[in-house]
Design a protein around this ligand. Structure first.
Ligand code: ADP
Ligand code: GLC
Length: 496
């Protein structure tokens, strides 16, 4: 099965959140199961610089406002996965994030930037771009890639199947309706049954309406987005797709996030040698200037600072938590008012609260390894990866029962507990969960260890989800299961 994953970001070349981690790991896991998998990415500066062995495939010429567009084929660093890169300097060669400038303003031509991405994806599937390879399945991630699904559906001779994965319903790619002629799509798609969304043009709807299958990144979130509370106005469109919308829980890259081999942390550890975690804890306290306190609960947050993540609840609960002896380490960036509020919290609680505003992978590893617990009090959370990293590192998640958090974290009070769960999005409910964790750690170290061991022993690798996606592609294509589902690297030839 030839699969093309289309996305705006991929770790380690361009990353603003978990999407990049998924796009780096899922295709590799599918390739290990025998599928013929490639990526398509916009040629952001860090992508152009980071891919290896790039060679031109086709000169696309001028389109979407750019004069010079080329398609290159290269290899991902590390995994060597084949990756198509759209070299369009006018659209992509800018310093900033994949979506906007350093000040957080979106690029004014995002419509053209991501319309090009979806359009080329569809051509790679239509055997029109690379004469040596074409996709049978186009797997588009988030709104940035969603137009691929509309173009695939539009091609009269197409047997290609498209799958659209929603990583976050809050970001939909909305543009003025009058810009639709720039998309290169037939006007019949500009209706509420197509891309129109309350007088605007919605890229997300291109995926939701036209993909053969729609997935999201956890079973609970798949149910949630069919409700007004979580659907951001598209819950009706989700419901109308019925059983075509399913949830497949993300995995984690078990090589990158592995305390037994992690080069970034003070001392490596695993289930058999758990002592290393104490050394990581001491090293973290020393590095950040926190009191070398053995008894306090050392709580971490590694997160985008946005309303989604519910960190205002943590700010409100902080005085009570610090008074109870909790230490807090926050690493994140985003919303300016949250950044400022966390900086003030650090000043108010010297030696107890440490805040690092900024993005730093190695530091995230050190923090997750050194902390006792990791807080994820999200208002909504499609999947969430940091709670899974926490589980792997014996760092107990304290999470709100929502989305993927509900599917991965089980409360300590239940038989297979691996963390702490709360329901209400209130500072009080969060504080109660954190204080429960602090008490358990102080009063019952054996019970704490059992929770840690459960998390560390769990299989969170991508293999399972990769297999589920491959089966979904086959279902979409109306093909029976083959040896691919049997798993195991290389046992997949029959899937072609
Ligand atoms: P989201 O995609 O909504 O931001 P996830 O939990 O799925 O949430 O993924 C977040 C990813 O970004 C994780 O890999 C996390 O470690 C990483 N991350 C977030 N903020 C930072 C930061 N300030 N420094 C380093 N890594 C971060
Ligand atoms: C989104 C979601 C997050 C999810 C990630 C990867 O950014 O906010 O919950 O883990 O995508 O699927």
């Amino acid at each position: 099965m030839r699969v093309l994953h289309v996305a705006a970001e991929v770790f380690p070349l361009a990353k603003t959140g978990g999407l990049a981690d998924v796009v780096a790991a899922l295709p590799v896991a599918q390739a290990q199961q025998g599928a013929d998998v490639r990526l398509l990415l916009p040629g952001l500066p860090s992508v152009m610089d980071g891919v290896q062995h790039a060679r031109p495939v086709i000169d696309i010429g001028s389109c979407f406002g750019a004069l010079r567009v080329r398609l290159l084929l290269a290899r991902m660093p590390g995994s060597a996965l084949p990756v198509y890169v759209l070299d369009a300097p006018y659209l992509y060669r800018r310093s900033g994030s994949p979506y906007g400038n350093h000040a957080g303003e979106e690029w004014p031509d995002n419509l053209q930037r991501f319309a090009l991405l979806g359009w080329v994806a569809a051509h790679l599937a239509a055997d029109d771009a690379d004469l040596r390879w074409h996709a049978e399945v186009v797997h588009a991630h988030d709104w940035h890639a969603a137009l691929a699904c509309a173009h695939v559906a539009d091609h009269p001779a197409s047997e290609v199947r498209s799958v659209f994965t929603i990583h976050n319903m809050a970001f939909q790619g909305l543009f003025p309706l009058h810009d639709w002629p720039l998309l290169g799509l037939a006007s019949r798609h500009m209706s509420p049954a197509g891309l129109e969304f309350h007088g605007q043009l919605s890229f997300m709807k291109a995926g939701l309406q036209y993909a053969h299958r729609v997935t999201t990144v956890s079973p609970t979130y798949a149910r949630e987005i069919a409700t007004p509370e979580f659907g951001f106005g598209l819950d009706g469109a989700v419901r109308s797709r019925g059983a075509d919308v399913t949830g497949i829980l993300n995995g984690i890259d078990a090589e990158i996030w592995n305390p037994a081999t992690d080069a970034a942390i003070a001392e490596r550890y695993d289930l058999a040698r758990p002592q290393g975690k104490h050394a990581c804890r001491r090293a973290l306290q020393a590095e950040l200037g926190l009191a070398a306190d053995e008894r306090s609960l050392l709580l971490a947050v590694i997160s985008r600072l946005s309303a989604q993540k519910g960190l205002d609840l943590l700010l409100a609960a902080l005085p009570q938590l610090v008074a109870a002896g909790v230490q807090l380490v926050v690493q994140g960036g985003g919303d300016a008012s949250l950044e400022a509020a966390f900086r003030m919290a650090q000043e108010a609680h010297p030696g107890r609260v440490h805040v690092h505003i900024g993005y730093d992978e190695a530091r995230a590893h050190r923090t997750i390894a050194g902390a006792d617990a990791i807080a994820i009090p999200s208002r909504f959370e499609p999947c969430g990866l940091t709670q899974m990293y926490g589980l792997r590192y014996g760092t107990l998640p304290i999470a709100r029962r929502v989305g993927g958090l509900a599917d991965t974290v089980r409360d300590a009070a239940t038989t297979l507990g691996n963390g702490f769960v709360f329901d209400e999005a209130t500072p009080m409910a969060l504080a109660a969960a954190v204080l429960r964790a602090a008490r358990l750690r102080a009063q019952d170290p054996a019970a704490w260890q059992t929770l840690q061991q459960r998390g560390m022993a769990a299989d969170q690798a991508w293999a399972g989800a990769a297999r589920q996606y491959l089966q979904l592609y086959r279902d979409a294509a109306g093909r029976p299961g083959t040896s691919l589902t049997g798993g195991g690297a290389g046992g997949a030839g029959g899937a072609r």
